[in-house]
Design a protein around this ligand. Structure first.
Ligand SMILES: *Cc1c(COP(=O)(O)O)cnc(C)c1O
Length: 711
């Protein structure tokens, strides 16, 4: 491995072992520029990339392509980054330096080469880890390692989604197995049902912080248990509750085994809420406390973020299943059945009420939040029965609006403009309005040129993808995708997200005649790019995909509609860096926040969205477009009909005319002004640094005991 004859290779290997490389252009660009083809082929995985070349080849190539000095530079930057504690914020992180935040989440989306995420929740958790590292806020991520990850999507000849799972080669990930002094893997044991499940712990460096992942594929476990962590959101309820016991209880035990004493436990979504039972059990045992005393201690330390107002998004387990799997915990907590089950119930006396993880998390935490202003409101209404003595407005659930990690989603070409127009060190001032103000001086022509370049890259990407989209195995034909008819001058709208019902991917197609007219207008046509996966059990979501895939092959549209299969972070980056407009039309108020539109802002495109989630607090009349005015109907059919009309209206009357209103030089002046205003007015408010500082000040520091927490 370490071979002194190849100093550059050694440096590259070091860079590849810290996920920092994936959000630092100085990091990943050196790999790409050594061999763009291979970089692409290895799915942007630096370890697989280095494995594919001989050290001598890499060394020669680095010298020949003048990447050598950039490797030195990237390596120095990484060392500096990791060695120095962060800028300002870390000073105020206080006791978190000795007692960090333990951040529990079922998925982490850090990079496409590390596929243990499915969607928004995971990407958000990845952004949380990255931004906390940048700011010097000590956080330890706690999750599960899924060797099969989430499924890979392909489309069969009927336009129907097919799912396949491919095993990730652990050797190509920056993971080390946590070992004891004697060199043997640290093994965590968790009682589940009648047995005990063993797990090992993987560690991945994420900048200055680390992510720990439990893996039950361990000798000594029975076959079912070895498979337990194999895939994300697969299997049935039994598998799900077992995974969640491992995540919550195993996570607490893993931290302890590593001598990490968190000051704060942040449950990001309810999946990990069993952690609170384990903490209470431990306090009772070690400090000889009564349950109520132990619970109060746990509550003070616990921060809970809820992520969806959609009822099906909250795990609810039949009481018998809960009892079968976690019954062993009850005597240890010295609770009777009613009390024990009651921690997951709204009505303690309803024997039919299942055990809800969100209820447990709400009951066992002191700081609770939704992920946008509107979602905070909706959550207070949704959970008011847990605080029957309070008015809805006084239900103790606040909000911290999500934000995105700028370095991860900003295109290098746009970054060039940021570097030019902002003061050096702008990356350290992301959470301030002043930090972004310099972009007000952006020269319109320069901004437009940059956007056009990114758009042409997207079109190239689309053309390449649609030609190479894989058919499902066993389906010789697969979906035949005609080549895209995408054109540089045509208004390009992007839509990519999970194909959940409430997101209404087909809203634009409700009135087919109007839709055709819109797409095929002779003077002012529109082209549409879609991507997204439906959950394997969601037939309705799959039907939505089918509907869109059918449209892509309909000759009427002349290739102006495409569907990119197997949506991941790579496709996301291309799309949101290259489209003109990002479309978001959920059924209000079901989109808790939504973050993809925030990534679009950074890259110079405009949002066209229902006033839901973050957009309800972001839209100001000129930083993008609103579909309707936030009207809600109790009847979803009425809501959809109303919103579809509003969507056509805003496209026909505002978006399309403004985009095509070009001056003699071919530039849409008004449009560009809107883009500029979108970046300046929104970038600082909806970035992950702002989000992290909010968590630090409102949640973490109070929970760590720095100031008294509000009840
Ligand atoms: C940002 C992102 C999401 C979340 O976007 P939403 O707007 O919340 O749907 C999902 N998947 C990927 C790959 C992303 O990059």
């Amino acid at each position: 491995m370490a071979d002194n004859r190849f100093p550059l290779v050694q440096k590259l290997e070091e860079i590849a072992q810290n996920l920092w490389w994936c959000w630092q252009p100085d990091g990943w660009l050196v790999f790409r520029d050594l061999d763009p083809e291979l970089w692409h082929k290895t799915n942007h995985n630096p370890i697989a990339f280095l494995d594919a070349l001989s050290p001598k080849e890499i060394e020669d190539r680095a010298q020949r392509t003048a990447v050598a000095s950039r490797i030195q530079n990237a390596h120095r930057k990484l060392r500096d980054y990791v060695d120095k504690s962060g800028p300002k914020a870390c000073m105020s992180a206080g006791t978190l330096h000795t007692k960090p935040v333990a951040y529990f989440c079922a998925e982490f989306g850090i990079h496409e080469s590390f596929p243990i995420y499915s969607g928004g929740l995971g990407i958000l958790a990845g952004d949380h880890m990255k931004a906390s590292s940048d700011l010097g806020i000590p956080i330890v991520g706690v999750g599960l390692f899924y060797p099969l990850g989430y499924f890979q999507q392909s489309i069969d000849s009927n336009g129907w989604q097919q799912e396949e799972y491919g095993r990730t080669d652990i050797e190509t990930l920056p993971l080390t197995k946590v070992k004891n002094e004697d060199g043997r893997p640290v093994t965590i044991e968790v009682e589940v049902g009648q047995g005990t499940i063993k797990s090992h712990i993987w560690r991945a460096p994420v900048g200055r912080n680390q992510l720990l992942m439990l893996d039950s594929d361990v000798p000594g476990n029975n076959p079912e248990d070895r498979q337990l962590t194999s895939q994300l959101y697969g299997g049935d309820q039994r598998m799900r509750i077992r995974q969640e016991i491992l995540l919550g209880i195993g996570g607490v035990r893993a931290l302890e085994a590593l001598d990490i004493t968190p000051g704060v436990y942040h449950l990001n979504e309810g999946h990990s809420a069993f952690a609170t039972f384990e903490l209470a059990r431990r306090y009772m045992e070690r400090e000889e406390l009564f349950f109520d005393e132990a619970r109060d201690k746990v509550m003070r330390q616990t921060v809970f973020t809820t992520h969806t107002p959609v009822p099906a998004g909250h795990d609810r387990f039949p009481i018998q299943l809960f009892e079968d799997m976690l019954g062993w915990m009850r005597p240890k907590l010295k609770l009777d059945h009613r009390q024990f089950h009651g921690y997951g119930r709204i009505d303690l006396d309803d024997p039919n009420e299942p055990f809800c993880m969100t209820v447990l998390a709400l009951k066992m935490s002191r700081y609770r939040n939704g992920v946008s202003n509107l979602h905070g409101e909706v959550s207070r209404r949704m959970w008011k029965d847990l605080w029957p003595e309070r008015e809805v407005k006084d239900v103790p659930i606040g909000h911290i609006t999500n934000g995105v990690h700028v370095n991860s989603f900003l295109a290098p070409e746009m970054r060039g403009l940021y570097d030019k127009y902002l003061e050096p060190g702008w990356e350290n001032r992301l959470a301030t309005r002043e930090g972004w103000a310099g972009l007000g001086n952006l020269e319109p022509g320069e901004l437009w040129e940059t956007h056009q370049l990114l758009k042409s890259k997207l079109i190239d990407f689309i053309n390449e993808r649609v030609q190479n989209q894989k058919a499902p195995s066993g389906d010789k034909e697969g979906q035949v995708t005609p080549g895209s008819g995408f054109d540089q001058e045509t208004l390009t709208i992007g839509f990519a997200r999970r194909f959940a019902t409430y997101k209404r991917a087909d809203l634009l197609m409700r009135d087919m005649e109007r839709f055709k007219k819109l797409i095929n207008d002779a003077e002012r046509p529109v082209q549409l790019v879609f991507a997204g996966k439906a959950h394997p059990a969601d037939e309705y979501g799959k039907a939505l995909i089918q509907k869109i895939v059918k449209a892509t092959t309909d000759p009427v549209f002349e290739g102006r509609i495409v569907f990119l299969t197997d949506y991941d972070m790579n496709i996301a980056r291309h799309m949101l860096q290259g489209v003109d407009v990002w479309l978001n039309n959920p059924r209000r108020p079901q989109e808790a926040c939504g973050t993809s539109g925030q990534k679009v802002v950074l890259n110079g495109a405009l949002n066209c969205s229902i006033l839901d989630g973050w957009w309800a607090e972001a839209y100001d009349g000129r930083n993008g477009f609103a579909i309707g005015n936030g009207t809600e109907y109790a009847d979803p059919g009425k809501q959809d009909a109303h919103d579809a009309k509003e969507l056509y209206k805003v496209l026909e009357n505002e978006v399309i005319p403004l985009y095509y209103d070009k001056d003699q030089t071919g530039m849409p002046r008004e449009w560009i002004e809107r883009v500029k205003w979108s970046i300046i007015s929104l970038g600082w408010r909806f970035c992950a640094s702002r989000m992290l500082l909010d968590y630090l000040n409102h949640a973490y520091l109070p929970a760590s005991g720095a100031t008294s927490a509000e009840m």
